[in-house]
Design a protein around this ligand. Structure first.
Ligand SMILES: Cc1cc2nc3c(=O)[nH]c(=O)nc-3n(C[C@H](O)[C@H](O)[C@H](O)COP(=O)(O)OP(=O)(O)OC[C@H]3O[C@@H](n4cnc5c(N)ncnc54)[C@H](O)[C@@H]3O)c2cc1C
Length: 290
């Protein structure tokens, strides 16, 4: 199929620079789409499997190569709607958004400054940190409904936001195009200090010097996944170059050429041992891409 009419196409590329684990899987077609019309045409014309990739910061590329297209949305607009409300394209990263908002003394997203995702991925996962999450800011989400190929506006109440979950994740029916966010008035100097404090805390507790995709497992009710992994003596345990971090047991890091399969095998070993020893079933926070 001729994909050039929808956007820029890269063929037979390594995905290493498109996932934060730096897994070196191959991709047959990587298509960057920068207009909604082109996306609508693509979805209209192409009925086989494809994958929407954000910044690749919550995925494990399990296969050595992917024959189906990866679609990257280059929707990077940040538009003011009214005093406290902005429309933000799905491809925007938190750092860029936060800086833009400070020009208007708006903020509230300081918790997201260390999250290397796109607004699309952040809404899909209802990402959060430090007792805040994106759902607290969403007014509505603009989507392409794959069922009828119509563009729709979904109000926050209908987004099914829960802990690291949403209707977008549950149904896989929608492509997120962007969202209207309601921001808070902030003192920019104080907000910047808060960001610095958050980043310092992250650096102290997380292995940011190595490629990873953030927390591996969800915290089980009343416990911490990292504690369970640690008491089962997995710290520094590895399969090839996929290591359980010494610094934070709920992180798997790539110390060189870890494959997605290495990471998945390590995850399965951990799950099995924690189940056998502690009778707790650990659930993944990251997503395995088959
Ligand atoms: C160092 C580090 C720290 C992290 N800290 C946190 C944290 O504090 N809190 C937290 O919640 N997460 C954290 N994460 C995880 C990750 O950054 C978030 O889950 C983020 O929301 C993923 O966004 P992404 O754009 O990278 O999505 P991707 O990983 O590219 O994709 C994830 C899923 O979202 C879907 N998706 C992406 N964009 C769209 C779209 N436009 N429409 C429909 N579906 C879409 C993809 O298809 C895929 O299923 C961290 C990750 C790292 C590496």
């Amino acid at each position: 199929m001729e994909f050039n009419k929808y956007g820029e196409v890269l063929e037979h590329i390594s995905l290493k620079d498109y996932n934060t684990y730096k897994v070196d899987s191959l991709c047959k077609y990587f298509i960057s789409i920068n207009s909604i019309d082109n996306l609508v045409n693509f979805v209209n014309d192409y009925h086989d499997k494809y994958f929407i990739i954000g910044n690749g910061s919550n995925i494990i590329l399990k296969r050595e190569s992917y024959d189906y297209p990866f679609i990257k949305l280059e929707f990077n607009e940040i538009n003011k709607l009214n005093d406290n409300e902005y429309y933000v394209g799905a491809g925007v990263m938190p750092g860029a958004l936060i800086n833009e908002l400070y020009k208007e003394n708006l903020g509230g997203l300081e918790w997201a400054s260390g999250i290397p995702g796109t607004i699309g991925g952040i809404i899909y996962n209802n990402a959060g940190a430090y007792n805040d999450e994106i759902s607290n800011f969403v007014v509505s989400v603009k989507v392409l409904d794959k069922d009828d190929n119509q563009i729709k506006e979904i109000n926050k109440e209908d987004c099914g936001f829960k802990y690291r979950d949403s209707i977008f994740k549950e149904t896989n029916r929608y492509i997120i195009l962007g969202a209207s966010l309601k921001l808070r008035n902030v003192d920019v100097k104080e907000a910047k200090e808060l960001i610095l404090d958050r980043l310092t805390r992250r650096k102290a507790s997380q292995p940011l010097e190595y490629p990873s995709a953030g927390s591996v497992f969800r915290n089980p009710e009343g416990d911490f996944a990292g504690r369970l992994v640690e008491v089962n003596e997995f710290k520094n345990y590895h399969i090839n170059d996929a290591y359980v971090s010494e610094k934070h047991a709920n992180f798997i890091i790539n110390k060189g050429n870890a494959s997605g399969a290495d990471i998945v095998n390590l995850i399965n070993e951990i799950k099995q041992k924690v189940k056998d020893n502690d009778n707790v079933e650990l659930f993944l926070e990251q997503e395995i891409i088959e």
